[in-house]
Ligand binder design. Sequence first.
Ligand SMILES: O=C(O)CCC(=O)C(=O)O
Length: 274
Amino acid sequence: MYVDKHGPKWAEWIRHNIERGCDIMQMKESMVSSVWSEVDAINALNYARGLPTFDSARPDIPNHNLHNVDGHTVRTLCRIVSPNAVLLDNLITEEEAEELLSLAKSKGLRPSSVVDSVNGGSIMHDARTSSGVFFSGEIHPILTKISNRISKLTNWPEDKAEVIQVLCYEKSQEYKPHFDWFDPNFKGSASHLVNGGQRVGTTVIYLQLSEDGGRTSFPEAGVEMSPNVGGAIFFSDVDENGVPDRKTLHAGTPVLDGVKIVATFWQRENTVNK
Ligand SMILES: O=C(O)CCC(=O)C(=O)O
């Protein structure tokens, strides 16, 4: 439990160094600079010392510049505190972006919808003029690879996530400011909350860049982001206690020139039946 997360050698290393009276912060740093996530390292060290462990209420990116996920390096370029949002470079490679793009194009893009706040179904809305593809119930190596990488990076189980969606915005298309979390006050949220609970994390991966416009903006924070191809924006939809965060209001600003294509990955509170 906790100490065994990366095998018996690490468990032994933790126990032995605690017994020797090593500095706990230095131990944590050594673990994090190796294979451990920050949360797992803290939990393992707490557990080994009989202290309470901490299970995060939301996915999050460790507070480091470089992240090694199974040999693939992702870099944090910018981090904002409220909402808890991170601009990432190289979340996926340009080749992986191309592969996902081809898969989406082969499926064909349809006008995007939004959740109907009354009955939970899908409806067309002026607020979202893009077109998109859902890969519901399908298994493709590239989808699995990307969900697996994000789940590891954010320290959140892979089964607690929706399938990836791809969105395409042509000139003048946009997604007006909105929240990704389901508003518990809306009748239509119930059918979504029952399967997987609340949305707790959003990752928007850029697959194709527009020439101008088409940024992801956070109006409450006064921030607009525009990653490279394969770069992404991650944000927690809820606060540290799992409560929907109104600061996560965000938008896909109108594309002024060219075509923007992104993939969106939503993480949930509970396991999702796909
Ligand atoms: O297109 C973007 O930049 C943001 C996408 C978005 O807001 C969403 O899919 O919820």
